[in-house]
Structure formats: C-alpha cells, structure tokens
Design a protein around this ligand. Structure first.
Ligand code: GLN
Length: 829
C-alpha cells in the first residue's frame, strides 16, 4: 500500500542531510544494548528516504553549486571586461588606446560585444534558481554595460567616471576588475616598446596574460558575490513566506494527503479533553505567592512552610486541576513524593538543605529522558519508551534536592504552538479555571495553553508544581508562559546541557524553564547551567568564564546614591525593535507593551527605538531549518531499535513505513516532509542555504544593536570601527523589550485540528523565533492582563549572547511593575 501511494509522489533527489547532533537520544556505550543501540551509530533509514536512495549519487552531482562559469561564458564575460576596460578612468596616465584596439580585435567588434552581452544575460536567466541571486548581479552588470557600450561614452569621460566611482562604492564586479585590469594596464603602459611592436609575439603573450587575469577576476568576484549576496536584497519576507507557503500547502500538504496516513483528527483530540470532575471550590491561594526560596527562608527555623507542606499543596492541585488542564501525563507515586519531601524537610530543619530548591516538586516536559517515568515526546512512536538514563539538566536538579512530580504534556516532539498535536490530547490553559467551580469552569471556553511546552506552563500556572522544565526551539517556553501568565526563560544556546533532551532541531533546541517568578527562574538556571562533557554544544567552564569576563558592569558613577537606590535600571539602555510593531498586534498587547516601556523608563532605563530589519525573514528561515533538522533527527524512529513497531512487519521497507505511519502524528509527518523537501537537491540552495544566510543576517541584526560584542563570535555587527571608537555607543542597547505573542491565548477550538492553516500556525512564533535563531537569552515575563478577556500577556526581554544577568535584571522590573496591570479599556481586543 505504501509503495503504491508513494509512487504517486514526485521523487525528489536527496542531496544531503542537515548536520545532525545525535547525542541526545543516544545511549552511552555502557548502557547500550541490542534493543537500545545508539541511534547515531546505526544507519538511518526512513520511509521517506528509502525509495530515494538510488538517486542520491546523481543528486550530489547535480547539486554542485554552479559558481564557476563555463569557458564560453567566461569569454563572453571577458568581452564585457574588455569593454569596461575602455571605460576605466586612467588617472594621470595616457588613455589605453592600444589596449582598446586590441580588445576590439579579440572580440570582433562592437556588434559581437552586444550580442555577447545579450547571450550572457540569457545564459544567466536559463540557470537554475540557486544561481539566480548571483546572477542578479550579472543582470545589473549587463544593464550597465548596455549603457556603457557606445564608444561615444568613452569620449564623455565624466559620466563614466561618475559611474565608475559609484560602482566602486558598490564593490561590484566591475570594481574588482578595474583594480586588476588597471594594474595590468599600468604594466602594459610601462612596456610601451613591446606594445609598439603591435603584431609581435610579445604582445600576444601580454594579451593572453591579461585575458587570464580578467578571467580570474571575474571568476573570483562572482564567487565573492555569490557568497555575499545569495539572498537578494529585494527578496522580501513576504515573498519568502509565499514560497514557503507554496511548499507547505501545495507541495507538502498534498504529498502528505497522498500518503493517506491514519490520522488523529480533531474529534479524536477533542474527545481526549477530560471533563472536570473535581468539586472543590477552594481558591489556589498561592498561585501568585512568592517563590519557593522565599517560602523556605523561614523554613529552617519555624517550619511554617516546608517541602512537605508544599508537596501536599502540589498533590492537592494535581488532583484538582490536572483533569482539566491535561498537563501531567505521568505522575510520580504520591507516597514517593511525600517521603522525598519529608527527607528534604528534615534537611531544612537541620540546616543542611542541599540547595535553595531542596524538596521542591518539579514537572518535566515529556521530551526529557528520565529513567523513572516514560519519555513519550507525546508521540505514539514512543508511547511505551522508558529511557535508560536521565537528562543531565534533571540530574543536576535532583542533586540539588528537587523532586520529580511527573512528566508533562507537550506538542509531539516539540512541534507546535498550542499543545494540540499531542498523543495525550491537548493541554488547556488553567488561567481562569483556578478558583472556579467545575460548573463555572465548564461555561468558559477552553483556551490554548500555548506550545509546545503548554503542559509545563499550565502545570506551573495551576500550582501543580513549583516549576517545570520545557524545551524552547523557536519559542516553546516563552509562548506558553505568556498565555498562562508565568515566567518562561530560554537561556543562551549552549548554557544548559541538552544531553537527554530528545532532539527536534539540534541547532536551536534549548532547555528552558517555567516558573512563577524571575527569581525562581534564575535559581533553577544557576543549578543547571553547567559544563557537560556529554554534550559537545554545551559551554565549557572555561568558555563560561571567558564570557563572564566580557561583561562590563554598568557605570553608575555619574548617578547619585539616592538615584541608584531607587532606580534599578540606571545606566541600562533598552531597545524597542520597530519591526515587532506588526499590524497583527492586538491593541491590548500594544497597550501593555507601551506600558512596559514606561515602566522601564521609570526604573531609570534609557529606552530607544532600534531596528532589526531581518525580523520578517526569520519565520520562514526558522521553519526551513527546523524542519530540515527534524527530518534528519527523526529518522532514528524506525521501529527497529526502540519505540513503536508496527505489526505489519512482513518485509523491511514495509516495517519502516507502517511503523512511521502509525507512530507519527499529522504535524510531525508534515514537518518531516517539509524538511525532506527543503533538503532535496532541487531546493537545497533555494531553501536550506538561503535560510542559513537569513539566520546569519538575523544574528547580525542583534549584534548591531547590542552594546556588547557577541561573546561567542566576537561580532558587533558590521560596524566594527564605530564600535571600537565608541561612535555607536549611544545607539546600542543592553536589552530589548518586545511582545511575546500578538494576543492573549486563543480559543482552543480555533487552533485545533484543521481549523488552522499549518503555515498560519507558524506565524504564532514571529516574536520568539529571532532570539532562537540567534541563540541569545530571552524571557517571557507576565505583564498584566487584557481587560476584555482577563487573560494574561507577557513581555519578552532579550539580551546579547551570554548576558543572562541583564535579562534577569530587566525582567525583574517588568515583573514588579506588571502586577495588577490591565490593558486600557480602549485597548481591548
Ligand atoms: N512553534 C514552534 C515550532 O513548532 C516552536 C516549537 C518549539 O520551540 N519547540 O517549531
């Protein structure tokens, strides 16, 4: 059946896969068994790749970047070079008449030159898309040539000089040629006696040398331009997204439909939302209470609030709210939680607490490996998967005394923004349910908890646990935090080990936290942010120290003591990226953003507008890269080594096919197809490479606005001189303040199943994706509620790579000022 259906599909040539970082679901050699062998060490086979394998060798040939020119094209280009040569200003030197005459001989006269230019242009246009950007330069070049081609122009030097100098500033191909040919001409001038023997052999040799130089200049310049300008400056985000949409809708969705997978449809998901059965009318008094640390401060002496009491509170709330929120999927045995909490209480009482969070109950997203409970990634594929080891981040928390409350719901493999793509059913936003009777709650329409860490945010918001771990690839921690009214923190890429975090898109995946306060976020972060030799992308202690050394404390000497005491953000400059003020922004969100800016000013910060011009390109680039990496990372689920295995395993290919058809949900299949598509030889240059370029452009945008260099790359954008001379200091900032989402949590029914266009859904992450692409720290901090629907909203604080401290500093002010804040009446949605 599979063969039949896939044979309907166009068979793209697989060029190569994205770099994969297999270490996360890989098992250490000591733990390896036949059943649980390292996915990295085993050949990757997938239903998607298998039928295509035979074509891969041709694909790699086809996919060679066409940066060099054919011999005939070179000659034509050289012809252009020749005509340019005539036009170059030869300051203080005799006009290169003999050379011009020579070139005329070589090219066979002007008519031939024009034809050559036309052909050149045609050749450019007939090239594949991947070359088109570079060729765009060629077209421009040809156009200029057309203007310059008349010999009369040569007479009118001023116009040409002007053009040449303009070209010089544009650093285009003509400039490079002018440099090289200019020196050739000077040499030629110097050897006038040779040229004077106009038909002599020496002259021919000289000409040939110059021809070769011109050819080399053109080829080098083409390569340089190809590398520099693969993304056309006029290729807008809209166009890119249109292309992506075309791929996703026509290309991928239709392909996907053609496979006729057995799908979990909307109804299925809706059925899984369990009714509220609890009849408690109690309010969760401590939903907004202070952090665990604050609560326990008195614990050592008085014992009024103890880990035992806190654990009981969590268990009570789990019983009360979990059925509605569907946050916890697997729970630790309550007795086990109780006995661990009792031990921690004893430690606090004897002043031997392991850490500030000793005895706190935490929940972990289902994509963190734990040897105790299942690690399903909310997928049927891993429904019964129990990892043989525990993720490093969780091991560090356990060492600090944290108790695992259970494993939490998420979008399958982290793919989604509303936690609706889950084998365990959707998570629900608890925000307005807390403190209401079940009947009252039933009246309210369920809202999205955000995704993919929606379960983690819901669990923390309903105080089912002190804090939760999430993973953030493109906003999965920050978006749910904003929707549920909690703090969501994504540190710099590489700060926390990803060992044991199941891979979605390895170059973007980050361990993140969901907490009730900024302080809690910092406390947990400090525990987890450690070197880990098991994760090669995790920063070493040396690197951490080097990063810390690059952070200069804010100079407060020019402020009075009184000011310093009352204004926590004195000397801090905060940027407001203009591109985040999108048309889709709900008035209430805009209003709260404006109030956030005011709050920062009151706290002493200087707030200035900044520009991140490539923001609009980020979503398209993210979904190209994330799906490409996902298609590669998810190849390991083949039904052989672990996880789901289909019963229909009569032959090898069919086993892979059925296993993956049954095991993956709809959204994951869509992403695998999209990712495989963007890696095929036909679209690799056009999508994957282009997306990599955009990622770099987005990084540069950030480096250009921050007052610190990027501690990893050393980059300060492209204004090195300005940066070094402090010329741009006043326009550079320590942090950025943006919205997290365009609005409050949408209704679940509007985002579930086929209600939402898959590509439209991608746009939920427009504000969170840029920081993910750049790998820089950012935090979603609750900042009041929308007056109309009463739901919370977050503001996002972003800072330069490695500067988590600045995020905490600014976020604390936002947190403080946001308490009780409501959007203005006229700012309703
Ligand atoms: N919503 C984004 C996606 O689906 C981000 C998810 C994430 O950060 N895990 O890819």
């Amino acid at each position: 059946m599979k063969r039949k259906s896939t044979s309907d599909l166009p068979t793209p040539k697989v060029r190569k896969q994205a770099p994969v970082d297999d270490h996360k679901v890989k098992f250490s050699s000591t733990e390896k068994s036949a059943k649980t062998a390292s996915p990295a060490s085993t050949e990757r086979k997938s239903i998607l790749k298998k039928p295509l394998r035979s074509e891969s060798s041709t694909a790699s040939k086809d996919s060679k970047p066409k940066l060099t020119m054919s011999a005939s094209a070179l000659l034509k280009a050289n012809t252009k070079a020749a005509s340019k040569t005539q036009l170059l200003p030869q300051k203080g030197r005799p006009q290169p008449v003999p050379i011009a005459a020579t070139r005329g001989d070589v090219t066979g006269g002007m008519g031939r030159k024009r034809r050559a230019r036309r052909e050149d242009k045609e050749e450019v246009n007939s090239g594949d898309d991947s070359d088109s950007d570079n060729d765009g330069e060629d077209e421009k070049d040809s156009g200029d040539d057309a203007e310059e081609s008349d010999e009369d122009d040569f007479e009118g030097m001023p116009a040409t000089v002007k053009k040449t100098s303009k070209k010089h500033t544009e650093e285009n191909m003509a400039e490079a040629m002018s440099k090289i040919l200019g020196s050739s001409l000077r040499k030629a001038d110097a050897s006038t006696p040779i040229l004077a023997r106009s038909r002599g052999a020496e002259r021919k040799i000289e000409e040939e040398k110059m021809e070769a130089k011109a050819r080399k200049a053109i080829s080098n310049e083409k390569k340089r331009l190809a590398n520099r300008d693969r993304v056309k400056p006029d290729y807008t985000g809209m166009e890119y997204e249109k292309k992506l949409r075309k791929v996703a809708t026509r290309g991928v969705v239709q392909l996907f439909n053609a496979i006729k997978v057995q799908q979990k449809a909307t109804d299925d998901l809706t059925e899984k939302v369990r009714p509220i059965t609890t009849n408690s009318k109690d309010k969760v008094a401590n939903l907004t209470k202070a952090s665990f640390l604050d609560l326990l401060k008195s614990g050592t002496k008085v014992g009024a609030v103890t880990p035992t009491a806190e654990a009981e509170e969590c268990l009570k709330n789990i019983a009360k709210y979990n059925q509605y929120t569907n946050a916890f999927v697997d729970l630790t045995q309550p007795d086990h939680i109780r006995s661990q909490a009792a031990e921690a209480t004893r430690r606090w009482e004897s002043e031997a607490a392991k850490s500030a969070v000793d005895g706190a109950v935490m929940g972990y997203k289902m994509n963190f490996c734990t040897s105790d409970l299942r690690t399903t990634c909310s997928s049927a594929m891993l429904e019964n998967f129990k990892a043989p080891y525990t993720a490093t981040a969780i091991e560090l928390l356990e060492k600090a005394g944290v108790i695992m409350g259970g494993k939490i719901n998420m979008d399958e493999f982290g793919m989604g923004s509303h936690n609706v793509h889950s084998h365990a059913g959707p998570a629900r936003n608890p925000f307005r349910i807390i403190g209401r009777s079940p009947d009252e709650a039933k009246e309210l329409e369920a809202r999205s908890a955000g995704g993919s860490s929606g379960g983690s945010a819901a669990a923390v918001a309903s105080n089912m646990c002190f804090a939760a771990l999430g993973s953030d690839t493109g906003g999965s921690v920050r978006l749910p935090a904003s929707y549920c009214g909690v703090v969501g923190f994504k540190p710099s890429y590489g700060r926390i080990s990803r060992w044991g975090l199941v891979a979605y898109a390895s170059s973007l995946d980050t361990v993140g936290t969901l907490t009730k306060t900024v302080d809690d976020a910092q406390t947990i972060y400090d525990i987890m942010a450690k070197e880990d030799p098991k994760d090669s992308t995790c920063l070493t202690e040396r690197q951490r120290k080097a990063i810390a050394d690059t952070i200069n404390p804010i100079d407060l000497t020019k402020f009075s003591d009184q000011e310093v005491k009352t204004k926590p953000l004195l000397g801090v400059r905060v940027g407001i990226p203009q591109e985040f003020n999108v048309a889709e922004l709900a008035p209430a969100t805009k209003d709260l953003w404006r109030r956030g800016i005011q709050a920062l000013k009151v706290a002493g910060a200087v707030v200035i507008p900044v520009s991140l011009p490539n923001t609009k390109l980020a979503v398209g680039a993210y979904f190209t890269l994330a799906t490409a990496e996902a298609s590669s990372n998810l190849q390991r689920y083949d039904g052989i080594r672990y996880g789901h295995q289909s019963d229909k395993n009569d032959e090898k290919d069919a086993l892979y096919t059925h296993t993956r058809m049954e095991g993956f949900g709809k959204e994951v299949k869509r992403r695998i197809l999209l990712g495989t598509y963007v890696l095929t030889s036909g679209s690799f240059d056009n999508f994957f490479l282009r997306a990599q370029k955009i990622r770099q452009m987005v990084r540069n945008d950030f480096d250009r606005v921050f007052s610190r260099r990027n501690a990893i790359t050393g980059s300060c954008g492209n204004l090195v001189e300005d940066f070094e001379n402090d010329n741009s200091a006043a326009t550079r900032v320590h942090a950025l303040l943006t919205p997290v989402a365009v609005s409050t949590a949408p209704k679940l029914k509007d985002v579930i199943g086929d209600q939402i266009d898959p590509v439209d859904a991608f746009l939920d992450d427009i504000f969170t994706i840029p920081a993910s692409l750049a790998g820089i720290p950012s935090m979603s901090v609750p900042f009041g509620t929308c007056t109309k629907d009463g739901f919370p909203m977050g503001l996002q604080v972003i800072s330069q790579y490695g500067d988590e401290e600045m995020v905490f500093k600014v976020a604390r002010v936002i947190e403080e000022k946001g308490k009780g804040m409501c959007s203005e009446k006229q700012g309703e949605q």
